[in-house]
Design a protein around this ligand. Structure first.
Ligand code: ADP
Length: 584
């Protein structure tokens, strides 16, 4: 025992000696800003959690890694690129969000804030600290560029037009005012309608070009330009195949997308970014043609009555550009759903949220009008009935209209779920609180249902009565609505609202309810074009050197755009604009 005590005493003295000479004591930097280390955090993004890893030493934020996320491809890319860089460059949390990707931007900033809090940082000081250097990157001189064709807008129409110019051996510059390509094209589900005789026949679908034309023309209350509808419906199949040739992939299944009248739609295999944007972007970049992001076209340049280019500016640095097009300019700058003033100017619809990206402000329409272009159908604005009440985005998890019912907040069914978008949306606006719930059962639930239950977008219950309680309506009422619908499905006829196709009943638990609201989705009106995508002036004559394609134009859809026809519109007329500008 004595021996043990002596050994312990010696050991203690040895340790004390070492400590005394300071050789193993941690070096504490009293001026340290952070506890050096690697911090892993999770924050709520737009679609799901974003996982971040932040590395700091005692004075510097060294690295910010996005370890995992499910944000929408294309929309959030710019936020992932810019926000971490801005935080590190400025060693500050006072950074701007990236326009068009505000929610993801805020999430990244929140994640880094959380990590730095864990690292013991003075977060408030970092929020107030402006970046040390704010370099003015603009030169005083205007940068001039010249190509064959200038394309304004990097969505589906603009990229289709640019790729077509390249196929016709022309040079092109794409100006895109947002930090990323894609516009509304990447926000949409990407369903592309076409009459494809072979594929439709193989899936037992009877169709014809005439039928596609009739459906489209009638759906727009015969207000569209018949010549443009004819082109759209005849060339859609060719255009879809062209996207496939460029490397875009579609699912094989042909189906009837909501707000359409026939099984003509194919969905992108993965998403719209992969199918429409990436292959065309690659083609433009591979052929050494330029895409200028954050570059907003501000004015059309006219010489001798001909459009010869645009003035543009870098939205970040203010750098001014003059971009000339020997063969002219193609406007493909999308619609104006996100421009509240314009919506109010042309349409007296109630003020609603929009499903569109923030760049959909009608710039092309304003620029073209200024030089005498005719505008058509500006009052026709599509309100989509199925928007997420918070974001306005179309709820892909809202279920298949055929196998769900729409009820108001009292639990009453009120409309043919397969009806035209405008009819359904207007009907929702007449319901209490201007909203509805779609109700479906586990058999008809989309794959994404469960993850949306977790996110709080969907309410789930084991019985219809419990579902009613969860959404706050009378259980007996909702039960009556569902039972009545099931009886109608058994009888094969919707005696209440005349739904054309009745398939499945709502019987298999669990049951789901999705709260949806109308959202401003598409502006059908815009610049008048002829069948060669040439812009027509108020005197009915083409404006030399000016072409337009996609949502910036009017006259293609009439009063109401058929679901699945927007993608067809952008690619068909984008290609025509590219060909026309190249004199084909
Ligand atoms: P479409 O479906 O007709 O192609 P999108 O909305 O997909 O329409 O794309 C239009 C694109 O044009 C968007 O990415 C938008 O940011 C861009 N854009 C809008 N106005 C301008 C402008 N003034 N200069 C450059 N790009 C613009």
């Amino acid at each position: 025992m004595r021996k043990v005590l002596i050994v312990m005493l010696c050991a203690f003295m040895f340790i004390a000696m070492l400590a005394g000479c300071g050789s193993t004591a941690p070096v504490v930097n009293e001026n340290a800003l952070y506890k050096a280390g690697t911090y892993d955090v999770e924050v709520d993004g737009h679609n799901d959690k974003i996982k971040l890893q932040v590395v700091v030493d005692d004075s510097t934020i060294k690295e910010i890694k996005i370890v995992g996320h499910k944000e929408s491809a294309g929309i959030s890319d710019a936020a992932f690129e810019k926000i971490p860089k801005a935080i590190i460059d400025g060693q500050t949390l006072a950074v701007d969000t990236v326009s068009g990707a505000t929610v993801s931007s805020k999430a990244i900033i929140a994640g880094v804030t959380e990590a730095l809090t864990q690292a013991g940082a003075d977060v408030e000081a970092l929020k107030n600290k402006t970046a040390a250097t704010t370099e003015d990157k603009s030169t005083r001189e205007v940068i001039s560029k010249e190509v064959d064709v200038v394309v304004v807008g990097g969505g589906g129409a603009g990229l289709s037009a640019a790729a077509t110019v390249i196929e016709n051996n022309g040079s092109v510059i794409v100006l895109e005012k947002m930090p990323a390509l894609g516009g509304n094209t990447v926000r949409a589900g990407g369903a592309f309608n076409a009459h494809d005789p072979e594929l439709q026949k193989a899936q037992g679908i009877e169709d014809s070009f005439e039928q596609f034309y009739e459906d489209t023309f009638k759906s727009g209350d015969e207000k569209a330009d018949p010549a443009l509808v004819k082109i759209l419906t005849q060339k859609a199949g060719e255009a879809r195949n062209w996207i496939i040739e460029q490397g875009g992939q579609f699912k094989d299944e042909i189906y009837m997308v909501t707000g359409s009248l026939k099984e003509r739609a194919r969905d992108p295999l993965e998403n719209s970014q992969m199918t429409y944007i990436n292959p065309l972007k690659k083609k433009i970049e591979d052929s050494k043609n330029e895409i200028l992001l954050n570059t907003k076209a501000t004015e059309l340049i006219i010489e001798n009555d001909k459009v010869v280019g645009v003035k543009a500016e870098d939205t970040e640095t203010g750098q001014q550009y003059i971009v000339k097009g020997k063969n002219g300019v193609i406007l493909a700058s999308g619609g104006y759903s996100a421009n509240e003033e314009m919506v109010a100017e042309f349409n007296n619809a109630p003020k609603l949220i929009s499903s569109n990206h923030s760049g959909a402000t009608g710039d092309g329409i304003v620029m073209a009008k200024k030089i005498g272009a005719e505008l058509v159908g500006m009052e026709y604005i599509q309100i989509h009935p199925r928007g997420n009440p918070k974001s306005g985005l179309i709820a892909s998890y809202g279920g298949n209209a055929t196998n769900s019912i729409y009820v108001n907040k009292d639990g009453d069914r009120f409309i043919d779920e397969q009806g035209r978008r405008d009819v359904v949306a207007n009907s929702i606006l007449e319901q209490p609180d201007k909203m509805m719930y779609t109700i479906y059962d586990s058999e008809s639930a989309p794959k994404s249902a469960e993850e949306n239950v977790t996110k709080g977008n969907i309410i789930k219950a084991d019985t219809i009565e419990d579902l009613a309680k969860a959404i706050g309506c009378d259980p007996a009422k909702l039960k009556t609505s569902v039972d009545r619908y099931n009886t109608l499905v058994d009888g094969g006829k919707d005696l209440d609202f005349n739904k054309a196709k009745l398939e499945k009943k709502i019987t298999k638990a669990p049951f789901y309810a999705v709260n949806l609201v109308p959202t401003i989705h598409h502006t059908m009106g815009g610049i008048k074009i002829d069948t060669q995508a040439k812009v027509i002036n108020t005197a009915g004559k083409p404006i030399e050197g000016l072409y337009a394609a996609g949502e910036v134009t009017g006259g293609i859809h009439g009063t109401n755009r058929v679901g699945g026809n927007a993608m067809a519109d952008t690619v068909v007329f984008g290609r025509i604009a590219g060909q026309s500008a190249m004199g084909k």
